[in-house]
Design a protein around this ligand. Sequence first.
Ligand code: SF4
Length: 702
Amino acid sequence: LAPPAPPSAATATHCPYCSLQCGVRVGAAADGVHLEPQQDFPTNRGGLCSKGWNAGSLLGHPERLTTPMVRSVTGDRTSPFRPATWDEALDLVADAIRRSQGLHGADSVGCFGGGGLTNEKAYALGKFARVVLRTSAIDYNGRFCMSSAATAANRAFGIDRGLPFPLADIAKAEAVLLVGSNPAATMPPAMRVFEEGRAAGAVHVVADPRRTATAATASLHLQPRPGTDLALANGLLRLALSEGLIDEDYIERRTMGFGAVRAAVTRYWPDRVERITGVPVADLRRTIRVLGEARSAMILTARGAEQHSNGTDTAQAFVNLALALGLPGRPWSGYGTITGQGNGQGGREHGLKADQLPGYRRLADPADRAHVAAVWGVDPAELPGPGRSAYEMLDRLGTADGVRVLLVLASNIAVSAPDVRRVRDRLARLDLLVVSDLFLGETAELADVVLPTTQFAEEEGTLTNLEGRVIRRRRAIDAPAGVRSDLEILRGLADRLGLGHRIDTDPEVVFDELRRASAGGIADYAGITYRRIEDEQGVFWPCPEPGHPGTPRLFADRFPTPTGRAAFIRVLHRSPAETPDRRYPYVLTTGRITGQYQSGAQTRRHRGDAEAAGEPQAELHRDLAARAGVADGDVVELATRRGTARFRARVSGDIRPDTVFLPFHWGGATSANLLTSTALDPASRMPEFKACAVDVRRIGGP
Ligand code: SF4
């Protein structure tokens, strides 16, 4: 590292983790790297959570990969890794791609991306897949994260932007219903806007099967059974109708399709909703009065509501409720979803999804294909069609019509995919697994070729946060010798495949191309430049031309649908794919804890953080624990239809007595996803991470 520099000389960039993308300053210091929060960045205003404070410990980490690695015996994954030169590693991958595509066709090579990739990398990976590899096999881990809410928002509003208003607007809403979200643990600096709202008199209702740190701050905590939020939303809409709280004028002027929804929700009478959800009728009434009588109100959902086989319809039901109350487009009001991953929003805007091109253009739409093909300088007919969704691609790895050579960037699928034992088995069938990573994580350990890549403070680029604000990631320190950026890796492969001129390695050049590709699309970045982002603390898309101010708030006058109106869509409750029975009598749900992020590949390596070194605990209600003869700290075995896994029990009164909670940040034998279900939402293809049937058995004492 360079000699110590005062903090004022440090580079302004952003935390590498969640979608809040807190502003930080990073610079060299006598004892390593100095990282501190930006005081004036709007989403964190001087705050950071423990993940952000500890992110600097990954820079200069002793486990950091600094050279490509290949297996000592090619094709034998039991043989140890050995260091390789970049030329050797990239030649090996390019040869395998050519061989596989020659024998099995273009779609035998696939790409799996991640919501941590910058916009430039996400765009380049999508282009690499479609133009260099000409494969339809590309998707990303955002399919496991935001896809249900994105699908619902597109159906209703014609656009999918997590929050259609700045985060700060939450502080001004008189009422907030937060469903399946725990920002006090996942993004603590965001809690300031909730605290400011409550200090000003706002009433907050939190729906969560657990009494989380967020639920503990609310005026009212609803504890629905996992997988029943759709019935909760429909029940609230029925109550809004019966109590005269819907906004008839708004429905008439700004929406369509309410009649079918009105008819559908009549069957969600309060007693029935209480039976399905477990939420008392009195709490249902109180909630709808809070929302319906406030001058401004927000309904916010997150993964707790969305990661279900009915996740799209559940998000849709809350959108219906918001529309019926006349919220979207009203000041300090609306429906939003709280994105999880750092660039989960940008990742799906720029072509990482199996069915989408940059700018949210669709691969199945001829005009969309023609626009993007013109920017890429190819014939639209050469572009492949839509491919399989993330889990469906993984489940067919190594099969006759599946992917045989897989490139994985910014994703740890050997931990984060559902039924991960099965996915690890599928990965073992591949002819070649190539992983780009910072460390030898669980997926890299299974690979044939591992390529060391740059991390947040070593690279330039942009990300798009949970508000739709496009922000700048800036290089604060040099990457270790031997490490390359993902753009350089893609370019190195494209060179070897004879199409190097298609992939640029300068992030700003890639961003300018991305702007042209997105121009005129829904996620229009045409007017956004690196200079503007720096001058304006980020720019909100859509921003269709250089003089455009950006769009912090959507829907004030119209919705970006063909009619300008938002669409109600009739949705009906259906149970999770698995419900408790005699053999598996409880519900298993999964989620995040404060000190960890996603698969934990980075946060488990944080130095100086006790939680980083911890272990996952299964949270049980004291009544369930008593029935199973389990005491706090005992080892329990959890069994689902996928198999078993053992955890230490944490007994509390903060969870429903029929529900078990597991954090999903660990791999190996304590991976929560050894147990989770692969049931998919029919529209979004989101796996049902948040509900499956489970049994609990005591194994031993502490
Ligand atoms: Fe901020 Fe999220 Fe990073 Fe925590 S993890 S510091 S909330 S961006």
